[in-house]
Structures are given as structure tokens and as C-alpha cells.
Design a protein around this ligand. Structure first.
Ligand code: ADP
Length: 463
């Protein structure tokens, strides 16, 4: 049993070895958290990731299949077999891949292992956006106007719902994700085609034709709340993040806290999130995503996993969210109350992607040289090094550059300096694009919404 834990306080499952069912920067990040907790790690890798550095520092490393994610990182049987062969007592799914797959969480638990995440039932409820909306309304979390029921397969009924909400509306797949399976409907003339197309897309991409409709907000910001829960009914929220800087619904830059939100406006929303967690018996870490427009918050979805942008909250709260997540999975009670959560200063995260800075096309290949910034208030989460080969098969994220400073303006200046000191040679990266973004005056003033980056890119390509 690791010495770091006080076993007298625990009532949940104990494990001393964690299998990391992921790759890249997050595999390295989870390994670090495990090691600091005195836990052993098992790294599983595809053939394309054979040389990944975190495999070499793990207690055990195992190839689980060919390069294709479907045959390796998404291969549930291979992952469970790897856990059995290595004696791992728990599986950390990271983000992406199987992290929000209720059937996998269930299979892990049925195999007698701990899934480091919420229960399969919580994942299932929150994975269905209609069920999630219903659960949130019940807990008093504000939602986007629109019914919490599936849209009937009847044109007249769809017309009635749209009229009641008021155009423009958005039609969304209940099982949608990754920014797909949704369509904006500006007026009644386009309703039926939009519903038919989205239903077909939902059936094909998500295996369910279930749709719902809500108000389309014209200029919202994306603001999210990080929660942390144990298995004893305790839950806290760790402040908020702004992730409005998006391209094709993909976050590019994140920050904590979201600028310009009055504490008395966000506090009841955070409290409602915590209440929702208690009501659904949520455990571990999670994120409630909201749109924020004209001073009001509207819930859009919950992510039942660790998020890419968790470091900005770690920087402001001083907490290690991955360690807290693992301890919650061990059954440890939370060792902090809401009043103990203090968020200081301001943090930014830039996602450094292996992609062309103008076309955004992925760029794989060998990194010939790397220079990463260092200094107070600077953190880099990455697995890359000179000689590392970026495989073409997976997400293009190769590093996260995170800065923290007392004020937003100082954090921006620190990020500019950190980006100036970041060099990745041999492949293309979005670093030049990020540098340009941090020179933008509207961004500096905190006056951006979810459409801002797309408009900024359009203007840039036109000039
Ligand atoms: P996904 O699960 O695919 O990420 P979300 O429901 O989180 O889908 O929505 C993704 C993005 O789509 C949001 O960040 C926002 O940019 C946009 N969006 C979703 N719902 C609305 C809405 N009601 N009004 C305006 N934009 C929306």
C-alpha cells in the first residue's frame, strides 16, 4: 500500500498499479501524478507509439496493437488483457478514446478493476444530452431554453417547438459529440431539411436518431466549471474557465478564471453544479460546460472525464486535479471543503498542435529540435523531444503551454514571452498562429465570444 495514503480514512477500492489507457501528453501527465502518489504505472502503446518516452519511464509497458486507434487504444479486450497480465488494479482512461464510454467503464468494473472516472451510469446519463439536460434542470442548473424531451418525428410538432422557442434555433443529436451532429436553423423555411439532415447524421455517426431543439445563442462565450467529487457525497467546484477561443468547435486557448464574471453571478451556478453531482452520485472529476450570454449562464453539456484544459485550473487553485481524481477513485474522502478552494491569479493554456499554422492541416514527422520555455509561472505538459516522431494517426496535440501570473494582463505578457521562447523544428506547428493571437487587442480586452476566432481567421486570410 502506498505510504502517501491514510488507509484508515478510505472505504473504497485500493490499487497500487494504474494502467494508463491513453497516449501522448496526457499519458505522461497521468504517469507523473501516479508516481507522486506512490503508485506504479503500466503504459500501453500502439506500434506507432513504441518509442514514446513515457513508456520508458513506466514500471511496465506493453504493446496492445497496431497504429490504428480502433485496433489499439479503443480495443477494450486488449486493454483488459493488458491490465490482467500486468496486475494493474485500475485503469485511467485520460481524455478522448474510451474516457466517456459507459460500456468500457462497466467492463472495467466487471473485471474487478477500478475505472478512474465516474460510474458507467453517470457516463451514460451525461452522454445523452437530453437526459443530461433533464438531470440538470432537476438540480436547478440553468439550461438553454428548449424542451428536455426528444423531438418527435413529426414536422408539425417540430414547427410548434421551434415557434415556442423562437428562431434561430439549433437542432442537436442527443448522442452527439466533438462539435458534430448539430445544425443552426435561422428561420421556419429551413427547419424540415435541417431536422432531416441532422437526424440522418445522428443515426449514422452516433447510432441513434434522437434529436432535441434549443435556442441558438448568437454571441455567447463558452464558460465551464470544474468539479471534484468523492464517493462519500462530498463535492466542490474549483472555479471556472473560459474556452471561447475555438476553431470548428475545437478549443485552441483556454484561461482561468473566465474574465469579467462577477463572483455573485457565477457562485450560484457553481453551487448548482455541485448539487447536480450529489443528486446523480457523481464521483471523480467532471466539467459542466455553459454558454454565457448577456449575463446569463446556459448549460450545454457535462464532460465526465479529465479535460485537456485542466492545468489552467491547477495553476489558479494550486490543486493537482489528476491526483485528486485518482484519490477519489481510491475511495478517499475529499480533504477540502468549498471554503478551502482559493483561486489566485490568472492562467492561460495554449494547445500546441502539429499542424500547418495557416491551413491547419496535420503535420506528422520527426521533430529535429525542440526549445521549451522555462521560468516562474511557466509549465509545459508534453511528451515530445528532439528526435521524436509525431505519428500521423492521432490527435495533433503535441504540447500544452501553460502560464500563470497575478493578473490577466501579466499572464498574457508571460504567454507572449513563453511562445517567443518555444521552438519545434522539423514539422509544422500552430505556434506562429498562437503568437499572432496573443497580439490581438480584442482578446487582450477579454471581449471575445465563441465566433471570434473564426472571424479573426477569416479576416486574416482576406488581408
Ligand atoms: P459537443 O458535445 O459536440 O462538443 P456541445 O453541446 O458542447 O457539443 O456544443 C459545442 C459547441 O457548439 C459549443 O461550444 C458552442 O460553440 C456551439 N453550441 C452548442 N449549442 C449551442 C446553442 N444553443 N447556441 C449557440 N451555440 C451552441
Amino acid at each position: 500500500m502506498p505510504e502517501t495514503f491514510d488507509s484508515s480514512r478510505s472505504s473504497g477500492p485500493r490499487f497500487d498499479t494504474v494502467l494508463i489507457a491513453n497516449r501522448g501528453e496526457i499519458a505522461a501527465r497521468i504517469q507523473k501524478a501516479c508516481r507522486e502518489l506512490g503508485l506504479k504505472t503500466v503504459v500501453v502503446y500502439s506500434e506507432a507509439d513504441r518509442e514514446a518516452p513515457y513508456g520508458k519511464t513506466a514500471d511496465n509497458a506493453l504493446c496492445i496493437g497496431p497504429s490504428s486507434a480502433a485496433k489499439s487504444y479503443l480495443n477494450r479486450d486488449a486493454l483488459l488483457l493488458a491490465a490482467r497480465l500486468t496486475g494493474a488494479g485500475a485503469i485511467h482512461p485520460g481524455y478522448g478514446f474510451l474516457s466517456e464510454n459507459a460500456a468500457f467503464a462497466d467492463a472495467v468494473e466487471k473485471a474487478g478493476l477500478t475505472f478512474i472516472g465516474p460510474s458507467a451510469a453517470s457516463i451514460e446519463t451525461m452522454g445523452d444530452k437530453i437526459a443530461a439536460k433533464r438531470a440538470m434542470i432537476a438540480a436547478g442548473v440553468p439550461c438553454v431554453p428548449g424542451p428536455d424531451t426528444a423531438l418527435a418525428d413529426d414536422p408539425a410538432a417540430a414547427e410548434r417547438v421551434a415557434l415556442e422557442i423562437g428562431y434561430p434555433v439549433i437542432v442537436k443529436a442527443a448522442g452527439g459529440g466533438g462539435g458534430r451532429g448539430m445544425r443552426v436553423v435561422p428561420d421556419a423555411g429551413q427547419l424540415h431539411e435541417a431536422v432531416a439532415l441532422t437526424r440522418e447524421e445522428a443515426r449514422k455517426a452516433f447510432g441513434s436518431p434522437s434529436l432535441y431543439m434549443e435556442k441558438f445563442l448568437g454571441h455567447p462565450r463558452h464558460i465551464e466549471i470544474q468539479v471534484l467529487c468523492d464517493t462519500h457525497g462530498n463535492a466542490v467546484w474549483l472555479g471556472h474557465r473560459d474556452c471561447s477561443m475555438q476553431r470548428r468547435h475545437q478549443k485552441v486557448v483556454e484561461e482561468a478564471p473566465a474574465p469579467g464574471i462577477p463572483p455573485d453571478v457565477i457562485r450560484p451556478v457553481g453551487q448548482a453544479c455541485v448539487e447536480a453531482c450529489r443528486q446523480i452520485g457523481y464521483r471523480g472529476v467532471g466539467t459542466f460546460e455553459f454558454l454565457y450570454e448577456d449575463g446569463a449562464f446556459y448549460f450545454i453539456e457535462m464532460n465526465t472525464r479529465l479535460q485537456v484544459e485542466h492545468p489552467v485550473t491547477e495553476m489558479t487553485s494550486g490543486l493537482d486535479i489528476v491526483q485528486a481524481q485518482i484519490r477519489a477513485a481510491q475511495g478517499d474522502p475529499l480533504d477540502l471543503l468549498q471554503g478551502d478552494v482559493k483561486c489566485d491569479g490568472h492562467a492561460f493554456e495554449c494547445r500546441i498542435n502539429a499542424e500547418d499554422p495557416d491551413t491547419f492541416l496535420p503535420s506528422a514527422g520527426v521533430i529535429t529540435d525542440v526549445a521549451l520555455p522555462e521560468g516562474p509561472g511557466i509549465r509545459v505538459d508534453t511528451h515530445i523531444h528532439a528526435g521524436y516522431k509525431v505519428p500521423p494517426y492521432y490527435d495533433s496535440l503535441i504540447a500544452k503551454l501553460i502560464v500563470h501570473a497575478p493578473t490577466r494582463a501579466e499572464a498574457m505578457a508571460r504567454m507572449r514571452e513563453a511562445l517567443a521562447g518555444t521552438r519545434v523544428e522539423g514539422i509544422s506547428t500552430n505556434i506562429p498562429f498562437l503568437r499572432a493571437l496573443f497580439e490581438d487587442s480584442a482578446f487582450a480586452r477579454g471581449e471575445t465570444d465563441i465566433h471570434y476566432l473564426e472571424q479573426w481567421l477569416k479576416q486574416r486570410s482576406a488581408s
